[in-house]
Design a protein around this ligand. Structure first.
Ligand code: COA
Length: 334
């Protein structure tokens, strides 16, 4: 029997504070009806003044470790996918390692924006298959509220904060990661970007909804064009990953998409001919949490008790860059 990368623990965390569409409509010229109809979002979670991305990551990681019946001492490597690191450096992963009480093993961040978790899973799987690590803690964590321009109705309605995590284990046994495909095309980079460096956040300091603070990054987006390319590339990548690993659309039991906009999700589900209820939808509850979005969707599905051993999951994401990709997993966690 050969070695495979298995998901042995799953976790997620959403900060307590909820910002509803109704409240947002008192801040910018928008309505609950517009946001629901165009995006499917009803609310988003916003981290507390004294929380940072690493704190969200730690909560998700603790749940994933607990779910796996493991501790941080059992981990060989830690990867955090994030667009909103605590600081420019050190990596958020090193902060998370420290906060979890770990020491010595490698920890690093990866940045592929909303595709960060899908990229990270592919990277960890490759390294584990190569025999480099036995157990990897893979986290996607974001505090998007800190880089959103809260005066821009075109973008501020779309994003939220959160974290999701999985524990990966390289061992013998049926199932686990089947494989991944990843893409990037930097010619699209200016359609969705935050040009300035994220300036971190001082614990205790209120979120700067005024966006007057120098150095704060603000998201700029050509929404229509992003939408069009996202639908097209996601349609292609789901077909590509299935072809690569010799599977049919009908083999996929669960579609676990990046949660950006319900209309993008539905377009991919249609392309996949997914039965109703076989695609995870969480965008309504927490909006676009960037690299946390796919693991949060996975955590939602897992905690519902919906996934049976042996079932096939297709994870996919599309991001600024543009960077996009997909992972196929045969579920092996009982
Ligand atoms: N409330 C009310 N009106 C809004 C609004 C808001 N929050 N945001 C934009 N509008 C207005 C626009 O100003 C525009 O008005 P105009 O026609 O008078 O100029 C109108 O609504 C239509 O805007 P448009 O951009 O055509 O809407 P849309 O149907 O494309 O929806 C998005 C906008 C942003 C929801 C959609 O394009 C989208 O989801 N794009 C992809 C974004 C994404 O997924 N990004 C992350 C990728 S990882």
């Amino acid at each position: 029997m050969s070695l495979h990368t298995h998901i042995v623990g799953v976790g997620g965390y959403l900060p307590e504070r909820i910002l509803s569409n109704e409240t947002l409509s008192t801040m910018v010229d928008t309505t609950d009806a517009w946001i629901r109809e165009r995006t499917g979002i009803t609310q988003r979670h916003i981290l507390a003044h004294d929380q940072q991305t690493s704190d969200l990551a730690v909560e998700a990681a603790k749940q994933a470790l607990d779910d796996a019946g493991l501790t941080i001492d059992d981990i060989d490597a830690l990867i955090v996918a994030t667009t909103t690191p605590d600081m420019v450096f050190p990596s958020t992963a090193s902060v998370v390692q420290y906060k979890l009480g770990g020491k010595g093993f490698p920890a690093w961040d990866i940045q592929a924006v909303c595709s960060g978790f899908v990229y990270g899973l592919a990277q960890a799987d490759g390294m584990m298959r190569g025999g480099m690590f036995q157990r990897v803690l893979m986290i996607g964590a974001e505090s998007m509220s800190r880089i959103v321009d809260w005066k821009d109705r075109n973008t501020c309605v779309l994003f939220g904060d959160g974290a999701g995590a999985v524990v990966l284990e390289n061992r013998e046994g049926e199932g686990g990661m089947i494989g991944s495909v990843l893409h990037c095309d930097g010619s699209y980079r200016q359609l969705l970007m935050a040009e300035h460096q994220h300036n971190g956040h001082e614990p205790g300091k209120a979120i700067d909804f005024s966006m007057d603070a120098a150095g704060v990054a603000a998201i700029e987006m050509k929404g229509n064009e992003v939408f069009r390319v996202a639908v097209s590339k996601l349609g292609e990548v789901v077909g590509e990953v299935l072809d690569k690993y010799g599977l049919q659309k009908s083999d996929v039991d669960w579609l676990v998409p990046h949660q950006a906009n319900i209309r993008i999700l539905n377009a991919t589900a249609k392309k996949m001919k997914m039965e109703a209820g076989r695609m995870v939808i969480t965008v309504d509850q927490h909006a676009n949490t960037s690299s946390a979005s796919v693991p949060l969707a996975l955590n939602h599905l897992y905690r519902q008790g919906s996934i049976q051993t042996g079932q096939i999951l297709l994870l996919e994401a599309f991001a600024s860059g543009f960077a996009w990709g997909a992972n196929l997993i045969r579920w092996s966690k009982s």
